[in-house]
Design a protein around this ligand. Structure first.
Ligand code: ADP
Ligand code: ASP
Ligand code: MG
Length: 417
């Protein structure tokens, strides 16, 4: 079981979580629980680091930001004990959860769950702070924002859990962010592939890496709410949330699937344009090589037809967090690349539609372009994959675009109409 930040925000909510956990233990299950920091705490800790120094040491940043989960894991153990359950916390270094050294964005390498499994067998509930691990040289690491989801899936794989239940503040995965589109519908099932795409293009309900890991390790994930009563009482055959399943299972379970499974948005992208780049072999490599060396992830790329003979404009997007560094790298590489102007725009958003159905259907992209055009929303860049179409638009149109596309693909919930 994993509980996110809103589920852990305050003692009253932690007591409620303790009740949900105890119910599972009382039903005879061996339970491991992964917890997030209280909602808002990680942001607060990140800001402390920034305030202390704009060029903070990533290893010390991890020491600071990992602390939020240490607090909630101890508090949940206390709450469970006060209900008469046996429980103890297992910090990342105590198990241990070994990660690579990349501070603030570490990846889990191995989990030694031996002692934990023994404790669980003896009837003790194991509480594990999410988000944190320990590097080979013994220092605390963290897994990137939203990383408790990945901790939960990794623990589930390590203890060979029957299921990994991810409790959050919505009762499942929806066709789009239900906080923005009130007509969003809850999905009973989503394939790993679709969830991976949805997460990677901005549906923050699960961290992208947690979905990839679950796919690789074949961990069954359920997303559900810790705020509704169903979250407390249900049976294995009648799950209240959304199950993430393989494509094979999907074909058996749901014949009448929509063409589009979900729509996601990401306001965390920025657009960069280099004007009058030489239109010759190697020019594009000169732009993207230094960015790759700086570990900056480039997403959408378009090369425009040159206005002048022998010249072209190149436009691409990077995460807004990396915008300053990107500008710096490109400025330094100006002589090598040979561009005229360097223009950036962070007032953009990426809107993506995802669905395995589009593998075998034409017209998904044109429906998107037409629906946006009808509302006067201009498309600045496009990318596609086998099961996804993404467009870049002006950020102010994000909510409108989500609603319009949700309707255009026939996803609106009828009862909310
Ligand atoms: P937690 O703190 O439990 O990890 P998050 O805030 O990380 O929770 O993720 C849950 C949030 O994800 C929801 O409150 C919702 O606004 C957002 N979200 C975005 N896209 C979706 C979607 N397709 N389905 C459900 N929730 C979504
Ligand atoms: N507390 C961490 C964060 O806010 C990890 C998590 O909640 O998943 O990013
Ligand atoms: Mg989260």
């Amino acid at each position: 079981m994993k509980f996110g930040g809103t589920s852990m925000a305050g003692i009253e909510r932690i007591r409620r979580v303790a009740k949900i956990v105890k119910q599972q233990a009382d039903a005879g299950h061996e339970v491991a629980v992964v917890v997030s920091a209280m909602a808002g705490d990680t942001d607060r800790l990140v800001n402390f680091c920034r305030e202390a120094s704009s060029l903070y040491d990533a290893a010390e940043y991890d020491v600071v930001v990992a602390s939020g989960e240490q607090v909630t894991s101890g508090l949940l153990s206390i709450a469970l004990q006060s209900l008469g359950a046996k429980a103890r916390s297992w910090l990342g270094w105590q198990m241990p959860i070994r990660t690579i050294e990349a501070h603030s964005k570490a990846r889990i390498e191995t989990i030694d769950a031996g002692a934990l499994t023994e404790a669980m067998k003896s009837g003790e509930i194991a509480i594990i702070p999410g988000f944190q691990g320990i590097s080979q040289d013994g220092r605390i690491t963290t897994l990137g924002r939203g990383g408790s989801d990945t901790s939960a899936v990794a623990i589930a794989a390590a203890v060979k859990a029957d299921r990994c239940d991810i409790y959050t503040d919505v009762d499942g995965v929806y066709t789009t962010d239900p906080r923005i589109v009130t007509r969003a519908r809850k999905l009973k099932t989503v394939t790993f592939e679709e969830m991976l795409e949805l997460a990677s293009v901005g549906a923050k309900v699960l961290q992208t890496r947690s979905v990839g890991l679950a796919m690789k390790e074949n961990v069954k994930i359920q997303v559900l709410s810790s705020f509704t009563e169903e979250g407390v009482n249900y049976t294995a055959d009648d799950l209240p949330g959304t199950m993430i399943i393989s494509e094979d299972e999907m074909e058996e379970s749901d014949m009448e699937r929509q063409l589009i499974t979900g729509i996601a948005h990401d306001k965390n992208e920025s657009k960069i344009t280099l004007t009058r780049v030489p239109d010759k072999p190697g020019a594009v490599a000169n732009i993207f090589e230094p960015l790759a060396e700086a570990a900056i992830n480039v997403d959408m790329i378009i090369q425009n037809v040159g206005r002048e003979k022998g010249e072209t404009d190149v436009t691409f997007t990077v995460p807004t967090n990396d915008l300053d560094r990107t500008m710096q790298v490109l400025d330094e590489a100006r002589a090598d690349i040979g561009y005229n102007r360097l223009i950036s725009d962070s007032n953009v958003a990426k809107i993506s539609v995802v669905g395995v159905g589009m593998k075998s259907h034409a017209g998904v992209a044109s429906t998107m372009f037409k629906a946006l055009a009808d509302r006067g929303v201009n498309i600045q860049a496009i990318t596609t994959s086998e099961i996804k179409v993404s467009v870049l638009i002006e950020e102010d149109y994000t909510e409108l675009a989500l609603r319009v596309l949700h309707t255009a693909y026939g996803l609106d919930a009828e009862d909310a109409a």
